[in-house]
Design a protein. Structure first.
Length: 239
């Protein structure tokens, strides 16, 4: 494929509704969703994509029923521990974006060890958004900038879009070229609101557990046929 996106972000929506449709528990829906995650990571690595960001657990997801959250935490821990060897074998570097302070010590330790153990891998950057809120991320960035102004490290005149971007998490990964949302919803759900200013957006009606490699490739193909103008005209882009 020509003109592939280099960075794809995915809002993996629809596990619960898939479970309801198939007379399964919500946890069974999440487990089926994990299988889709594995498949999409493999496919991402097979094609010329450098970064994959997955919206795994939002800050608002803590408001879900306690039994579901507990099941998700156990599933996340077991899955991440099991996948660590796969990350090494496939040269995948793992990043985490979001507030992990409410996660158990056991999970935080596993997250930090995964970051450390994969830091030299280069074939694919896998960025897992966990306990994530874009508003929270932007607020924290502005707090850091304000502190630098107060301590005279920077001047107010130094503040621009580039500086704000640099204070967000994992600026080095770049902004997503393509945002995919599954599950039939057409909203952004407080995900990467700053970073997707110029991203192409693709909405799929498929629930995440039903989202196939072919669906993924169709989204990329759709992206490849679009013209990204960044505010310019088509004629300016051609020139």
């Amino acid at each position: 494929m020509n003109n592939n996106p280099k960075h794809i972000a995915i809002i993996m929506d629809g596990n619960g509704r898939w479970a309801k449709t198939n007379n399964k528990t919500r946890l069974e829906g999440h487990k089926k969703g994990v299988k889709t995650v594995r498949s999409i990571i493999r496919k991402t690595k097979d094609i010329d994509i450098t970064t994959l960001t997955l919206f795994t657990f939002s800050k608002d997801n803590w408001k879900r029923p306690k039994i579901e959250v507990q099941g998700l935490m156990k599933l996340f821990y077991i899955t991440l521990k099991k996948e660590l060897r796969n990350f090494h074998e496939n040269d995948i570097r793992v990043f985490f974006t979001g507030d992990i302070s409410k996660f158990s010590d056991e999970i935080q330790l596993l997250i930090n060890s995964t970051i450390e153990e994969t830091k030299n891998n280069k074939s694919l950057n896998l960025n897992i958004a966990l306990g994530y809120s874009s508003r929270h991320e932007i607020t924290n960035a502005l707090k850091k900038i304000s502190q630098d102004v107060v301590s005279n490290k920077i001047q107010i005149s130094d503040i621009d879009e580039h500086l704000i971007s640099k204070r967000l998490e994992h600026f080095e990964l770049g902004d997503p070229d393509l945002l995919i949302r599954t599950g039939g919803e057409s909203r952004l759900s407080d995900f990467l609101l700053w970073q997707i200013a110029y991203s192409e957006i693709y909405f799929s009606d498929k629930y995440w557990p039903d989202f196939t490699d072919l669906d993924f490739l169709n989204a990329i193909s759709d992206y490849s046929n679009r013209e990204r103008r960044y505010g310019k005209t088509s004629e300016q882009i051609i020139k």
